[in-house]
Structures are given as structure tokens and as C-alpha cells.
Design a protein around this ligand. Sequence first.
Ligand SMILES: [Zn+2]
Length: 120
Amino acid sequence: MSAQEQLDELKVLHLDATRQPWEEGDRDTFAEGYIYGGNGEHVATAEWINNTALIVAAVNALPGHVAAIEAVLNIHSAVDAVQYLGARQIPRKVCAGCGSDDGNWMAWPCPTVRAITEAL
Ligand SMILES: [Zn+2]
């Protein structure tokens, strides 16, 4: 699955979930944590209270993180270029967002795109 397909899947899952932002509820005596949706409805019960904050933070942060990754990937998109080697012309994909210190284009995928796609 490509990076963009993973991001698209996360966006659909987020949109289909209970309205955000989610909030942590009160603790109970059994160390369970309650999670409430954007309309105050009970969404889930985490079996361990320490998981509640993580679940709430992850759900609420997801749209921003996906948008940030997409913004970086959009800047570092592939564009067509032609490399001239004497009389030869070699078509290449280069990064629209990167260049090198000597003024040449950066081959695509550039280090930024590789870092993101390898992490996903
Ligand atoms: Zn780049």
C-alpha cells in the first residue's frame, strides 16, 4: 500500500468515526478509562486507564498529522525532466521541492519522500 493510500485510509476511518474531538472521562475504581466523543457520548472504554490518554490524543491529532505528511509529499512531488548527456537526452523524474547546492535537480524520490514512505 502506498503512502498516499495509507493516508487516504486513515482519513476515511477518521471521518467514519464518532465526531471529534474526543475527551477523557473520569476514572473508575477498576482502572478503566472512559472516552467520550465530540457530542459528549460514550465512545469507548479502555481496559487500562493509561491507554485512554493515548487513544484520545492519537484520534484528535490524526487529521493534523495526515495533513502535514500530505503537505510535505505535495511539495516533494515528482516532475518530468530531461537530462542532457552530450547528444543524448535521458528522461528522468526529479523532485519539485528539492534542488542541490550545485543547481541540479534532485532525483525523485528524494531523501524526504524516501524517509516518509519508509516510515509508513
Ligand atoms: Zn524533495
